[in-house]
Design a protein around this ligand. Structure first.
Ligand SMILES: NC(=O)c1ccc[n+]([C@@H]2O[C@H](COP(=O)([O-])OP(=O)(O)OC[C@H]3O[C@@H](n4cnc5c(N)ncnc54)[C@H](O)[C@@H]3O)[C@@H](O)[C@H]2O)c1
Length: 275
């Protein structure tokens, strides 16, 4: 999409981190914003900051895991050209210690959130013959680091969903663009995503191993060299250039290549964190 100015972008997970940074970057391009999140306080802060940039912003409490919330959010917007399915959460493993609630929570936000966003918005973009969808996956959608199996499953699914969406749109001859965002560690609130976990999906306690994995994740996320603003700028560029894979951290490509080689050589997978 070449023209962003005056168009509207819908962004989920806009109260914090990458979603907030994307919303601000879109505002810098002269776009209006429709902000969605479960964190209403954070949403209000993002909205204020965006309005100071002289564009329009609305904010809506949306739980992306709920079809009816996402449908109502989409229906409330008069105009939309860019849709960022970005809200996400990050439980830690190992897989055999994860509860059903861990799976429901993370699949609900990370995967169903994207499914609902595509279902609710893409028919409209196709009908208007213009638009761009950005799905936030992760490098964990291209490699499978240990200790975060549920997260890996959701993010691999988002990559597959995005590639399939891209193919379906091309086969139909639709000009609607798709990008899948695959960053490595970026300092945001992701390692503290339990803060917005619904009570009904709460875990009684984390095991010692899970607490250690959570600490490691916190350390890794906070030491990320790129900022959320850097990633947001890459997203804006990808929309303008109609670029599909957004790999913000090129050093991780070695681990992606190793995974691909292991598959093609039919070898057991190497640990991407040990390469
Ligand atoms: N930060 C990283 O290192 C990193 C790396 C790769 C991918 N990602 C992905 O980036 C996306 C954004 O995460 P972030 O890093 O900005 O973390 P963040 O915690 O700062 O932001 C995530 C936002 O999602 C919201 N959210 C949680 N559950 C929700 C729900 N049910 N409905 C609507 N909103 C909900 C949270 O309230 C929060 O505002 C996620 O999909 C995450 O998996 C992050």
């Amino acid at each position: 999409m070449n023209t962003l100015r005056g168009r509207t972008a819908a962004v989920t997970g806009a109260a914090s981190g990458l979603g907030r940074a994307m919303a601000l970057a879109f505002a810098d391009e002269g776009m209006h914003l429709a902000l969605a999140d479960v964190d209403e306080k954070g949403l209000a802060l993002t909205k204020e900051e965006i309005e100071r940039k002289g564009v329009k912003a609305s904010s809506t409490r949306v739980d992306v895991s709920r079809a009816s919330d996402v449908d109502a959010f989409a229906a409330s917007l008069k105009e939309v050209h860019v849709v960022c399915n970005n809200a996400g959460v990050s439980p830690v493993g190992p897989l055999w210690e994860n509860t059903t609630a861990d799976w429901q929570w993370a699949l609900g936000v990370n995967l169903w959130g994207v499914i609902h966003g595509v279902r609710a918005f893409v028919p409209r973009l196709v009908a208007q013959g213009e638009g761009h969808v950005v799905n936030t996956a992760s490098v964990a959608g291209l490699i499978s680091p240990p200790g975060m199996g549920i997260y890996n499953v959701t993010k691999h699914a988002v990559v597959a969903l995005s590639e399939s969406l891209y193919h379906d749109l091309r086969v139909q001859g639709s000009p609607v663009g798709v990008s899948v965002l695959c960053p490595a560690y970026v300092p945001t609130g992701i390692s503290n995503s339990e803060r917005n976990r619904p009570q009904e999906l709460a875990n009684p306690a984390l095991s010692e191993r899970q607490m250690a994995l959570k600490q490691n994740l916190k350390k890794a996320v906070s030491s990320g060299k790129l900022t959320a603003d850097d990633v947001a700028r890459a997203v804006v560029a990808a929309i303008k250039e109609n670029h599909f894979y957004i790999l913000t951290h090129p050093r991780i490509k070695g681990a992606i290549q190793a995974r691909m080689e292991d598959i093609l050589q039919e070898r057991a997978p190497r640990n991407p964190l040990a390469l």
